[in-house]
Design a protein around this ligand. Structure first.
Ligand SMILES: Nc1ncnc2c1ncn2[C@@H]1O[C@H](COS(=O)(=O)NC(=O)C[C@H](N)c2ccccc2)[C@@H](O)[C@H]1O
Length: 493
């Protein structure tokens, strides 16, 4: 791993050192008398000590719950109430206070684990064995209802997805993978497993480097990274402010993205700056870590309006199911994505009802007792059999009774001269829901005129898909995981 050194440069932690730190941390954890299944909250950004701590937890069968330092107190309290962890750990510079007994507290750092308050006395250990189906980690996602859902992922789940990814031979031991996701996002856990499972070097990008494009690109250049893992929205400010500096990243041979659809026009701009790089679209919900890895053509064909999410990694399967419960395999026909395979999550923590709604009897083989994950995502088969993403089932919107493909509106508006990004949303109004479009423009470029944008859309799309409001914004609101926060857009209206 490569990370900022205390003196301001970069330091390298070898695999040997990582193993030593992991073993030392495991020894200290073991001395606390925790039992297989006892949870440990790890509050940190990705660092060698955080990785050593979560690997130590995994070795002892202690499900770790990664949270990022920026997490608001009341959100942490909700997670602590839900997961009832035995122990809460933060890094040497962590500033969190207010984690009360009976939860134990401590800090991890280069010199190992220091306990501040021992966890409340546990009963005698009931388990001696850590099995593949035990919980490796619990990722709390802000469920649509606002109450956090804990996605419990087994060791088998993680390892089987990472094994599937290895069949693509994407990395060698000489590669240096830049990770940009916060530790509480399973994209960050993937980055760790992705690098480690190839013996490659993980280069977590310090969060302070992510806010300014020049600083971000400067870090990637100085750390000589060969792969950059990031959600598509992370590239938007880079493309807007530093497109030419991007072309200097001649070491970068792979760009992996996930979490949201990469707008085609923005992807083409990124590809233009990195003509030699491979572009890999990773798709999948946290409930399976992910399910598919698809290399996209560089450059993307000019007529491409949707990106392929390919097919599941070897050993897993993506199936499209129609409203009638039958398989959809006709090109162009939309169905809901169902996932099958060993990387399915165990369930939502302490929430059997929500789990039953997600892990359902296999519609193609109900008698088998096998459960499959219904994702709530829509896709259609392409002529090549690969699946093309169509968005979330619950984000299909209607205007005056007509189904609006927000992606189509966004595609058209993004072609308007001077527009660099477009997000469409149907927002409630006193009389009827209205179609709004939020646009970003080239730095210093002209402010697109709302009427001209509407006329530009009217020229090719039906009237109900013409936006009634156009908002020019500096940047789109983002979630804690860096995706466009569509729910927050109405605040901009
Ligand atoms: N490549 C995509 N195109 C388009 N929409 C997408 C895509 N990847 C997700 N999504 C969307 O995001 C949802 C999943 O959101 S999530 O549970 O927060 N998980 C993630 O976003 C990250 C994901 N678990 C992951 C972890 C590790 C490696 C790769 C991917 C999916 O159901 C899709 O709606």
């Amino acid at each position: 791993m490569v990370q900022p050194a205390p003196d301001g440069g970069l330091e390298t932690i070898t695999y040997g050192e990582l193993v030593d730190r992991t073993d030392r941390c495991a020894g200290a954890l073991d001395a606390l008398g925790l039992d297989v299944g006892d949870r440990v909250v790890v509050e940190s950004d990705t660092s060698a000590d955080a990785v050593a701590t979560i690997l130590a937890c995994a070795t002892l069968g202690l499900p770790f719950i990664p949270v990022s330092p920026g997490l608001p107190d009341e959100r942490l309290r909700a997670i602590l109430a839900g997961a009832e962890p035995a122990l809460y750990l933060q890094g040497p510079d962590g500033r969190r206070t207010g984690v009360d007994a009976p939860i134990g507290t401590g800090r991890f750092g280069p010199d190992g684990l220091r306990t501040e308050r021992a966890p409340a006395a546990r009963g005698p250990r009931r388990r001696r064995v850590v099995t593949a189906v035990d919980t490796a980690y619990i990722i709390f996602t802000s469920g649509t209802t606002g109450r956090p859902k804990g996605v419990a992922m087994s060791h088998r789940g993680v390892v089987s997805f990472l094994r599937g990814v290895r069949t693509f031979d994407l990395l060698t031991a000489d590669d240096r993978v830049a990770g940009t996701a916060p530790l509480q996002f399973d994209f960050a856990l993937f980055d760790i497993g992705f690098a480690l499972s190839h013996g490659a070097t993980l280069v977590p990008v310090p969060r302070a480097r992510l806010t300014w494009p020049r600083r971000f690109l400067g870090f990637l250049r100085d750390a000589e990274v060969t792969h950059v893992d990031a959600v598509p929205s992370l590239w938007r400010p880079v493309l807007r402010h530093e497109p030419e500096m991007l072309t200097e990243l001649t070491d970068v041979r792979g760009v992996l993205f996930s979490g949201e659809a990469f707008p085609p026009h923005e992807l083409r701009s990124l590809q233009g700056a990195l003509p030699k790089a491979r572009f890999l679209n990773l798709y999948g919900p946290t409930e399976v870590m992910a399910i598919s890895v698809t290399e996209l053509p560089n450059p993307l064909p000019p007529e491409a309006e949707r990106l392929s999410i390919g097919s599941a990694v070897p050993g897993a399967e993506m199936t499209l199911i129609g409203p009638d419960g039958r398989v959809v395999d006709e090109p162009g026909v939309v169905g809901e994505i169902y996932l099958r395979g060993p990387s399915l999550f165990t369930g939502y923590w302490n929430d059997p009802e929500t789990t039953r709604r997600a892990l359902v009897p296999d519609p193609l083989d109900p008698a088998s007792g096998r459960l499959v994950l219904r994702t709530g995502d829509l896709a259609s088969p392409g002529p090549d059999g690969a699946l093309y993403f169509h968005g979330r089932a619950d984000s299909q919107v209607q205007i005056r009774g007509n189904r609006v493909e927000l992606g189509e509106v966004e595609l058209r508006v993004a072609e308007f001269p001077g527009v660099t990004g477009a997000i469409a949303a149907v927002l409630p109004h006193d009389d009827e829901p209205r179609l709004h479009v939020f646009v970003t423009r080239a730095a210093g470029g002209p402010v697109p005129d709302a009427k001209n944008v509407a006329d530009f859309v009217r020229a090719v799309l039906p009237a109900y898909m013409v936006p009634s409001h156009v908002h020019v914004v500096e940047a789109f609101p983002l979630t804690a995981n860096g995706k466009v926060d569509r729910a927050a857009l109405h605040a901009f209206a």
